[in-house]
Design a protein around this ligand. Structure first.
Ligand SMILES: Nc1ncnc2c1ncn2[C@@H]1O[C@H](COP(=O)(O)OP(=O)(O)OP(=O)(O)O)[C@@H](O)[C@H]1O
Length: 299
């Protein structure tokens, strides 16, 4: 179990992480989402003791990361695959991790097999690895100590479609065996497929969290009408928020029945009126983080 309570991190006057609280539970994959610069990496760095928070606590199974005697056997961490030492071979990188954790040498070969790096590839220097190979190497190091918690920042970056599918299965299996997974990703489809729970961050603050299915269910009502010019002001007068999809349909933040009544009262025939569940994670993400999107700000 990962628990963050009121974590705040400032850089000078800038608040990168602002009073962030959430839990990632055993047996679940928790997807951590947010626009560029929202504070995901900083939050993860606080969790694994690389950045000191100005306020709040971050714990794994109730303990501070710094208090874990052999952290690698409890928490597998992959934060920045491109930060691995380029001069070492992949194998050397894993041998160092294996020795630090006090594990038998055979774990190195086992992990190379788990992440499908060949013996030949493992003898190459990391600087000559592709990003996808570095990710695989980082995942191997994270899994080496057979931890029960995984913290992964953008692990799908650079993986090919087969690699993404492989990682998806790996994380699902890990969680199904009772492990806790916290992973950030920009790949919303990836998160939509794999995550059980979601934590959405924008401008350093949590804007939504909960079970993925519940969050997607609360996506609102989808309305399609040739009379949008009548429906929009009627919704505004009722104090109901709405947004426009690319195809000119509206996503309205109210129950289907209520939206139907308002449209009826406005004399607007509807072509479609249904829960906006199908809109999926992308719509929810853009709506929740609208005020923090660079593109939104520019517009
Ligand atoms: N060491 C630092 N000094 C100053 N500002 C920092 C530092 N580290 C992070 N920040 C700022 O904190 C904010 C959050 O950064 P962070 O890397 O956590 O975002 P992120 O959500 O992981 O973004 P991305 O999706 O682009 O990786 C950004 O505005 C970033 O510039």
């Amino acid at each position: 179990m990962i628990t963050l309570e009121s974590v705040t991190k400032r850089y000078g006057d800038f608040v990168a992480v602002d009073d962030v609280s959430f839990t990632a539970r055993p047996g679940r994959v928790t997807g951590f989402l947010g626009p560029n610069g929202a504070g995901k990496s900083t939050t993860m760095r606080v969790l694994v003791g690389l950045t000191r928070p100005d306020a709040g606590t971050a714990t794994v199974d109730g303990r501070d990361y710094h208090d874990l005697v052999n952290p690698g056997v409890e928490v597998g961490v992959l934060l920045d695959a491109s930060a691995q030492h380029g001069g070492r071979t992949g194998r050397e990188t894993l041998v160092i991790a294996q020795e630090v954790m006090g594990l038998p040498r055979r774990r190195v070969d086992e992990m190379l097999e788990v992440v499908s790096l060949t013996v030949t590839e493992s003898r190459r220097r990391v600087r000559d690895y592709s990003l996808g190979m570095r990710q695989r190497l980082g995942i191997a190091a994270a899994l080496m100590g057979d931890p029960h918690v995984l913290v992964l920042d953008e692990p799908a970056n650079g993986l090919d479609p087969a690699g993404i599918r492989w990682m998806r299965r790996l994380l699902r299996g890990f969680a199904d065996r009772g492990g806790t997974v916290l992973l950030s990703s920009h790949l919303l489809h990836e998160i939509e497929v794999i995550a059980d729970d979601l934590v959405v961050i924008g401008n350093g603050r949590i804007v939504a969290q909960g079970a993925k299915d519940d969050l997607l269910r609360s996506a609102g009502t989808l309305v399609r009408t040739a009379y949008v010019d009548a429906v929009r002001p009627a919704l505004d007068r009722a104090g109901i928020r709405w947004s426009t999809n690319d195809d000119d349909s509206l996503v309205v933040h109210a129950e289907t029945g209520r939206v139907g009544e308002i449209a009826f009262a406005a004399g607007a025939p509807l072509l479609e009126l249904r829960p906006a569940e199908g809109a999926g994670l992308e719509e929810m993400f853009l709506r929740l983080t609208a005020e923090t999107q660079r593109e939104g700000r520019v517009a």
